[in-house]
Design a protein around this ligand. Structure first.
Ligand SMILES: [Zn+2]
Length: 312
């Protein structure tokens, strides 16, 4: 069992559909979920989900990584979590699971994860059906599979299928941003002098709802007028990634000089929202290569950013 770091928490959430995360936050998660994806990603997502369900913190912060339940989970000793081996179900697993389900839980919820639901024998699947059909209150089942089609239809029909998206490339640091961030942080490059402070102020004004998308676009054009357009957007995307990292419980790493600002701003959005914002900025950066006028491009970006902050 791996240790759940803030980063692990954030990676686990990635790839899970928004609808599922929203239901989780609203306390309305389905009792049985089938996660379909590459096995190690599905296993990570299943662990993240289980930890979030068992976490004692408010739902918007779960999994918090620091409560008693999260500590037990990370240590691999949570009494209300049961998982089959990552390599899939073995003979006797369903019986072992049913025996565990029959015991009284330590907390209000019990979560179990069954990996390799697409390789389950019909006998094992049939044994499991009743358990899935009549879930005890507060009991959640997480099944994982490589493909949905190969899961027996009886299991499929009793669980809610979620396709995990492949890890989107915009979530990892763009190598071309490294020099831009260094230039902004060193303050030796005159064209970047004070730029980061202006980016922080711009982000805060936008996130606190103080400007329309058109005002935001015009304001961005004005604060970034001395830096190359692409460099400015790369820096903005990296700054938003940093906020996402801090929101997920991590430290500001690439913008360590602005740790305080990152801590102040990060709680405004959810991790998933920051991911959508990074994507909007990276799309605007791609559009720079087409012939879209700069201000129009920035307006498109800001309309999307405003949507992300208001429609979740
Ligand atoms: Zn917790």
């Amino acid at each position: 069992m791996g240790v759940t770091t803030a980063n692990g928490r954030f990676e686990g959430a990635m790839g899970l559909p928004e609808a599922l995360v929203r239901r989780l936050r609203a306390g309305e998660l389905w009792h049985a979920v089938l996660l379909v994806g590459e096995p190690s990603q599905a296993e990570r997502a299943a662990r993240w989900l289980a930890q979030a369900l068992l976490c004692e913190a408010p739902r918007s912060d779960a999994p918090c990584g620091s409560c008693r339940s999260c500590a037990q989970f990370s240590a691999g000793s949570h009494p209300d979590f049961w998982a089959s081996g990552e390599e899939g179900l073995k003979a006797g697993d369903v019986e072992a699971l049913q025996a565990w389900l029959a015991t009284k839980g330590h907390g209000p919820r019990k979560v179990y994860a069954l990996h390799g639901a697409d390789e389950m024998t019909p006998v094992a699947a049939n044994r499991l059906l009743k358990t899935l059909e009549e879930p005890a209150p507060g009991t959640y089942a997480i099944l994982t599979a490589k493909s949905r089609q190969s899961v027996l239809s009886t299991l499929r029909s009793r669980s809610f299928t979620c396709l995990l998206s492949a890890s989107p490339p915009f979530l990892s640091t763009d190598p071309s941003s490294i020099s831009v961030v260094a230039r902004a942080a060193s303050a030796e490059d005159p064209s970047f002098a004070g730029f980061m402070e202006r980016v922080i102020e711009w982000t805060e004004t936008w996130l606190r709802g103080g400007a329309t998308p058109w005002e935001m676009a015009a304001s961005w054009q004005s604060i970034a007028k001395d830096v190359p357009a692409e460099g400015g957007l790369l820096l903005l995307a990296e700054w938003l990634r940093e906020l996402m990292r801090v929101r997920a419980g991590g430290q500001a790493e690439r913008f360590a000089n602005w740790q305080e600002a990152a801590r102040r701003i990060a709680p405004i959005l959810e991790v998933e929202q920051y991911a959508a914002c990074v994507q909007a900025v990276m799309e605007a950066r791609l559009r720079l290569q087409s012939h879209v006028a700069l201000l129009l491009n920035l307006e498109q970006m800001c309309v999307r950013l405003r949507e992300v902050t208001t429609s979740w």
